[in-house]
Design a protein. Structure first.
Length: 218
């Protein structure tokens, strides 16, 4: 609960900085990533923090029948996001604010509240992902866990068909993009190719996806 409470706090702070103080969303969240990772390393004294707790470790290593629990958690998150975007008024508000915040305000949407909730949900999901990965490894390691995860997240969204300019959210495409990023990482490891080369390939894929999304001249 403490970890999720901390994630909630991060979401609230990000929401305040971006919604109220009008700071750039990408820069603010990247700065928050560096800040909180640094704080975690200070708290842990820069060391690995091993633990033994079978109940908690089940999050990352357990099975529900023949399906890994982490897959079940991911499926629930994906289904929830898909339902929210496609079938709820709040989901439509998210897309509207992402596409044109000023127009959304003029249409009567409380854009600041929508952004607050989105950043809180995002932070909580990131907290859940961190707990799953920590449970899988059986230790806390703030210097390694989640490194380059933000890069894969951006790549998955862009490759999945969601434009940087906003106005559209493609949940199934994002899932496919995430799987593609994982396939690339796994393939490079299996072929004994240095991991850094996978980052090069992912960068090229991101640039190509953005190129395809560029505004076309009429």
């Amino acid at each position: 609960m403490f970890a999720l409470s901390a994630a909630l706090l991060v979401g609230l702070i990000n929401g305040f900085l971006i919604s109220r103080l009008k700071l750039d969303a990408l820069i603010t969240t990247l700065a928050a990533l560096i800040l909180w990772r640094g704080i975690a390393q200070v708290v842990g004294d820069g060391k690995l923090v091993p633990f033994v707790n079978p109940t908690f470790e089940a999050l990352g290593k357990g099975y529900l029948g023949s399906i890994p629990i982490q897959v079940v958690i991911a499926a629930v998150a994906i289904a929830g996001a898909f339902f929210c975007i496609r079938s709820t008024l709040f989901g439509r508000h998210i897309v509207a604010v992402g596409g044109n915040e000023e127009a959304a305000r003029l249409a009567g949407i409380r854009a600041e509240r929508v952004k607050y909730i989105v950043y809180i949900i995002s932070a909580l999901l990131a907290g859940v992902a961190g707990l799953v990965e920590t449970a899988r490894l059986g230790m806390g390691d703030p210097s390694k866990i989640g490194v380059n995860a933000e890069f894969d997240a951006i790549a998955a969204v862009v490759v999945g068909g969601t434009p940087f300019s906003g106005g559209r959210a493609n949940i199934p495409g994002t899932v496919v993009g995430a799987l593609l990023m994982q396939v690339i990482s796994t393939s490079f490891n299996m072929l004994l190719i240095p991991f850094t080369w996978s980052l090069v390939l992912k960068s090229v894929i991101i640039l190509f996806a953005i190129f395809l999304q560029r505004p076309r001249e009429v």
